[in-house]
Design a protein. Structure first.
Length: 145
């Protein structure tokens, strides 16, 4: 079933828009969702042929609309899948980042402890070992800060 606007129906039949509107008001032509159907036109005007290039063109346009709606819904599904994959990736990355943060905090504690132990060792070592230990402690402190 093809639906035509009142203007399109008038052009197809070669009559005025007002004439079509009168036919609708009198009940001779039926409407569906505000449009005149080609089935209604055929019943009201059996002598007129509606098989024209325009009708073929209209059918093609309606098919394009149906295809576009299908493609749009397919695109929405793809978008949802992509968003879901992105959210999964973000969650995984957050977890890895948290694990790395914990490791970083652990290493910071290790460096602090190492610095403290080197300081203690420097105080109780022989004089000839103090300078190398002091240099090592300075290097550890620079790495930490």
């Amino acid at each position: 079933m093809i639906k035509l606007s009142v203007s399109q129906a008038a052009r197809r039949l070669g009559v005025s828009r007002g004439h079509i509107q009168d036919q609708i008001n009198s009940g001779k032509l039926q409407t569906h969702e505000g449009y005149v159907t080609t089935d209604s036109i055929r019943r009201a005007y059996p002598a007129h042929s509606l098989h024209s290039e325009q009708e073929a063109h209209l059918q093609k346009i309606q098919q394009i609309k149906v295809n576009a709606v299908y493609k749009a819904s397919a695109a929405d599904m793809i978008k949802q899948k992509n968003e879901q994959a992105l959210m999964t990736s973000i969650t995984t990355l957050k977890s890895k980042l948290y694990q790395q943060k914990l490791k970083n905090e652990h290493y910071q504690l290790v460096f602090l402890e190492l610095g403290e132990r080197l300081e203690i060792l420097e105080k109780c070592c022989h004089d000839q070992d103090k300078q190398p230990l002091h240099d090592l402690q300075s290097w550890v402190n620079r790495q930490f800060h």
